[in-house]
Design a protein around this ligand. Structure first.
Ligand code: ADP
Ligand code: MG
Length: 700
């Protein structure tokens, strides 16, 4: 009989209550099942033994056979450490422990052969190995081991309490003994044969005890595929349910507003990407299902016009539409940009923000409820309970990363029936990530910039070159251009950042004196009205320089601005840098982005700066960002559940992901409820998985 894999881990021989506690708290291992799914991070070659005189600093991890000849505590108080002298026939080195002294002292044996394993450092003229893994040679030889030794995830606490990688390997062996290595197959026979995947049993065995590199690769492939396949299956099923359960308003006519605008008032020829995306949206809006679409397009790719034309479709069907932006400045900008176009078509459009006066506010509420007002632009203010629409048909959210899920679902509840939702983002999400997270959402991508745009020339300059940079600014201004100078403002160090900004402003005013030069300043501590005033001066071209914190990060459109200087650029994230750079290069002129930093830069900062200098492609930048920060950080904690992958890597395993998605789609197309006999295994596993993990709801 099969051992029940839901058995609590403390029942496993060799685990016991203390270790069980540690496994639970440190690695989240509660059951046999959890242990089986603790996959090694990597494997190392343990067939090779080094001699101490062979060691080099660039050795990754090495194993050495030798004896301990001396143990002593060195250093005072917090610097106290335990140092053992370790000898083989070629030389002497040290083993060092910074914690867990007592336990280690009791356990160490003198003059017995040990096999030690770990990374080596060079310190005080000698090699040392901090916190080595060790095993008596006698024991070591008894253990069956393959050339590829798995290295399991661990934590400091685990190693301090003596639960080493070896311990994990041993209890894993025990688990395979007790279960006889027999586990329930989780993929269908069809998939196994079509994709030539190895069985679950073989995969699990070889992931933990690889017999050869070839089998290990097969095991990894099979398990990664399985993991990604079930995520895709869940996402696609969710999407299908959504489409059948949640009825939208079918916008069946594309009529007067859309057509008149298209024929008579389009300010420029649409790019092919814009046309394609509008078509996708039209199709969605015309169907019976509620649209839930993400529109991705790099900064400046022209999402606004797409939003406007989508709103026209809603209006053509006698529905209202709204456009929500994360900041007041942006809302105003949208409003100003769209007002004239709407006016030409006799469309009523209003703006509602935190600073809208009570009287105007009341008027807006009224005309929204009686249906006179057709389009409402605004900030979070749109979400207030008092804001009620007569019939909201389409809600558009600009720059979605600024809004939380809760806020989006609030919009969603503004009607009896949910409006169609279009979320626009200028932060390209790498395709792989989008597919895993937004697999349940439809995605449109504008992957083409309007014609005539020149790549923004980007350079990295050190602070001591500031004078040259200023000379360059003067040149550009003399050609009639405008310049942004942006300072970081990061919450924790807000006071200091604020001071930097004000100091920066003062020095710029000194170097660019009035009346020849006019400088605007905008930062988060200013009143909305003052910000707006300063912003408007810059927009109108009355000031040549805009000194700002990241308030201008999102969406402001000043085509005449051709230079973006980013101060302390090393402190910005890649997507932020890219967003900021997108503020220039909107006109016909060659634009520039200058990244200013000091000389001291971390490896990651350097990579970020180099990436910015190398490319203007938002998707490429997003990929680097993903590699640097990992998916959890990029998408925030809400999504980390989905991304809590056990074996697959969302960046590296893109190909497998595509495969998994392809097959999940194919199977569901043929059998949406997974009720055909050949899909029995899939349905069973799917249900099991749904029981244990809940995937994040995009809009719940
Ligand atoms: P984003 O995608 O960053 O929101 P916008 O919609 O603000 O971009 O568009 C950026 C600029 O490009 C605007 O000035 C807009 O008028 C212009 N634009 C958009 N589409 C086109 C096009 N097809 N041809 C020329 N200019 C365009
Ligand atoms: Mg925009």
């Amino acid at each position: 009989m099969n051992t029940n894999l839901q058995t609590p881990i403390n029942y496993l021989k060799g685990v016991g209550p203390n270790r069980a506690d540690l496994l639970r708290s440190e690695l989240g291992i509660h059951t046999y099942q959890d242990l089986i799914n603790l996959f090694p991070n990597r494997y190392i070659d343990r067939t090779r033994y080094y001699k101490i005189n062979e060691l080099q600093l660039n050795n990754a991890e090495v194993q050495i056979i030798g004896k301990i000849t001396k143990v002593e505590e060195v250093g005072q108080a917090r610097k106290k450490r335990l140092v053992a002298t370790f000898k083989d026939d070629s030389g002497i080195m040290e083993l060092v422990w910074f914690r867990g002294h007592k336990w280690i002292r009791e356990y160490l044996k003198f003059d017995e052969q040990y096999v030690i394993f770990g990374k080596v450092n060079w310190f005080n003229g000698r090699y040392n190995m901090p916190h080595p893994e060790m095993e008596l040679l006698e024991e070591h030889e008894k253990n069956l081991r393959s050339a590829m030794q798995p290295i399991y995830p661990s934590t400091e606490k685990l190693s301090n309490k003596g639960v080493t990688n070896n311990t994990i390997c041993k209890i894993m062996q025990q688990l395979f003994l007790e279960t006889k290595g027999k586990f329930t197959e989780t993929l269908s026979a069809n998939l196994l044969s079509e994709l030539k995947l190895i069985s679950k049993n073989k995969a699990l065995f070889n992931i933990h005890f690889p017999k050869s590199q070839a089998l290990l690769s097969k095991a990894q492939y099979r398990l990664k595929f399985e993991e990604l396949f079930y995520i895709q299956l869940q996402l696609i099923i969710k999407n299908l349910i959504h489409k059948t359960k949640i009825k939208g308003f079918p916008f069946t006519t594309v009529g007067h507003y859309f057509n008149t605008f298209f024929k008579e008032h389009l300010p420029f020829e649409l790019t092919n990407a814009q046309k394609r995306v509008i078509k996708e949206i039209r199709q969605d809006l015309g169907s019976n299902a509620q649209m839930n679409r993400l529109l991705q397009g790099d900064v400046g790719s022209g999402k606004t016009i797409v939003a406007l034309m989508s709103m026209f479709i809603a209006l053509d069907n006698d529905f209202q539409a709204c456009l929500m932006a994360p900041t007041e400045i942006l809302s105003v900008q949208h409003y100003n940009g769209l007002y004239d176009l709407c006016n030409k078509l006799n469309i009523s459009i209003k703006i509602l923000t935190g600073s809208t006066k009570t009287l105007e506010r009341r008027k807006i509420h009224e005309s929204l409820e009686n249906g006179e007002l057709q389009i409402l632009i605004g900030t979070h203010a749109l979400l207030e309970d008092k804001v009620k629409f007569k019939n909201l048909g389409l809600a558009i959210i600009d720059e979605q990363h600024r809004f939380g899920v809760a806020q989006r679902s609030k919009l969603w509840k503004k009607n009896m029936s949910p409006p169609h939702i279009l979320v626009m983002t200028a932060t390209p999400i790498p395709r792989t990530l989008a597919m895993s997270i937004y697999g349940d959402l439809d995605i449109s991508i504008i992957d083409e910039l309007p014609p005539g745009r020149k790549d923004i020339k980007t350079v990295h300059r050190y602070d001591n070159n500031r004078l040259k940079v200023f000379a360059f600014i003067r040149d550009e201004i003399s050609k009639g251009r405008q310049v942004y100078i942006v300072y970081p403002l990061i919450q924790e160090s807000e006071k200091m950042d604020y001071k930097d900004l004000i100091d920066g402003y003062a020095s710029i005013e000194r170097d660019f004196p009035k009346p020849k030069y006019q400088v605007s300043i905008v930062h988060g501590k200013m009143k909305a009205a003052d910000k707006d005033y300063e912003m408007q001066r810059f927009v109108k071209g009355e000031t040549q320089i805009m000194v700002a914190t990241t308030v201008i990060e999102v969406g402001v459109d000043v085509p005449n601005a051709s230079v973006m200087i980013i101060e302390s650029a090393e402190r910005f994230g890649l997507s932020q840098l890219h967003q900021l750079r997108g503020r220039v290069g909107r006109g016909a002129e060659q634009s520039y982005c200058i990244l200013m930093t000091g000389h001291k830069l971390s490896h990651d900062s350097r990579t970020r700066l180099e990436t910015m200098v190398r490319t203007n492609d938002g998707f490429e930048i997003a990929e680097v960002d993903l590699r640097l920060r990992g998916p959890g950080d990029i998408m925030g904690t809400q999504q980390s559940g989905v991304l809590n992958l056990k074996i697959a890597d969302i960046v590296k395993d893109n190909d497998i992901l595509q495969h998994a998605r392809f097959y999940a789609k194919k199977i569901l197309k043929d059998d949406p409820t997974l009720t055909k006999p050949e899909n029995k295994t899939l349905l069973f596993t799917y249900k099991q998985l749904s029981k244990y993990k809940n995937i994040w709801n995009y809009i719940s």
